[in-house]
Ligand binder design. Structure first.
Ligand SMILES: Nc1ncnc2c1ncn2[C@@H]1O[C@H](COP(=O)(O)OP(=O)(O)OP(=O)(O)O)[C@@H](O)[C@H]1O
Ligand SMILES: [Mg+2]
Length: 257
């Protein structure tokens, strides 16, 4: 999907209503915003504000009630189920709070999965997956089953898997929510590095004030609309400064194996 404008994602009049029983719940109504190519954006807001709902819509995992989501010139909301699946596989990398790896498969197999799904041969997928594992510092764990890895290691494998297909956009929903502050800082360093080296657009949902503060743009969702859209100079915060900011956050619950 190519575009001649600067927007990586353009959300137009996006409305999402859940129907449960007789009651309708409108999470957001006529939401509008853009994410520029190569931008790093934190999405924040109270629990229930609709952050995960929005991430699912952006990633083509769910469909809106009304409105459009343009990636370049293409509105993904009009795609067939098969085209939407292909779009997800090629254009978007996902990292969730809860580890989504296949526990019985090795770290390497997990990272290869998106390439195998798109029909790539194992012989070409494997070196690419290994290179990504190397980037997240886990080459030595390649043959370990995902279920045997620590929470932070699993999250780094998930990041390698999200990136193996070279997506233009990385969507992360509380990717460090279960991790201690040092491991969180390490993951955030990786995000910054990916954005810097490959220009990957990153949207990250976080309840972590230090992570949000380290991002050049912070969008706050509240009562179904964008309450605040704050920008800082993108290059004033080096990853090291972000890491230092992380260190000021108190210890968090470390996930169990
Ligand atoms: N499948 C669903 N059916 C009905 N209601 C839903 C569904 N998914 C989410 N909701 C409701 O939509 C609202 C937004 O949920 P969402 O998960 O997007 O919030 P969130 O901002 O990600 O919150 P948190 O910070 O707790 O993760 C909530 O009130 C939730 O109960
Ligand atoms: Mg959520």
């Amino acid at each position: 999907m190519s575009s001649d404008d600067d927007a990586a994602i353009r959300v137009v009049n996006l409305t999402k209503t859940y129907r449960s029983g007789d009651a309708d719940l409108t999470v957001f109504s006529r939401l509008n915003f853009e994410v520029a190519r190569g931008e790093k954006l934190a999405l924040v807001g109270e629990s229930g504000a609709g952050k995960s709902t929005l991430m699912h819509l952006l990633g083509g995992l769910d469909r809106p009630t009304e409105g459009a989501i343009y990636f370049g010139q293409n509105d993904i909301c009009t795609l067939s189920a098969a085209d939407l699946a292909a779009f997800r596989n090629r254009e978007v990398g996902f990292v969730w709070q809860i580890q989504s790896l296949l526990a019985e498969f090795t770290a390497l197999e997990n990272v290869m999965m998106p390439l195998l799904i798109r029909g790539q041969a194992r012989e070409t997928a494997e070196p690419l997956a290994m290179a990504r594992l190397n980037e997240v510092g886990l080459r030595s764990r390649a043959s370990h089953r995902a279920g045997e890895l620590s929470g932070g290691e699993q999250q780094r494998v998930a990041l390698a898997r999200a990136l193996v297909g070279d997506p233009g956009i990385l969507l992360a929903d509380e990717p460090t929510g279960n991790l201690d502050s040092a491991t969180s800082a390490q993951i955030h360093e990786l995000f910054f590095g990916i954005n810097r080296q490959r220009g990957t657009t990153i949207v990250v949902v976080t309840h972590n004030p230090a992570l949000a503060a380290s991002m050049p743009r912070v969008v706050t969702l509240r009562d179904g609309r964008v309450e605040k859209d704050e920008r800082r100079d993108a290059d004033t915060r080096a990853p090291a400064a972000a890491a230092a900011a992380m260190a000021t956050v108190g210890p968090r619950v470390t996930s169990a194996r």
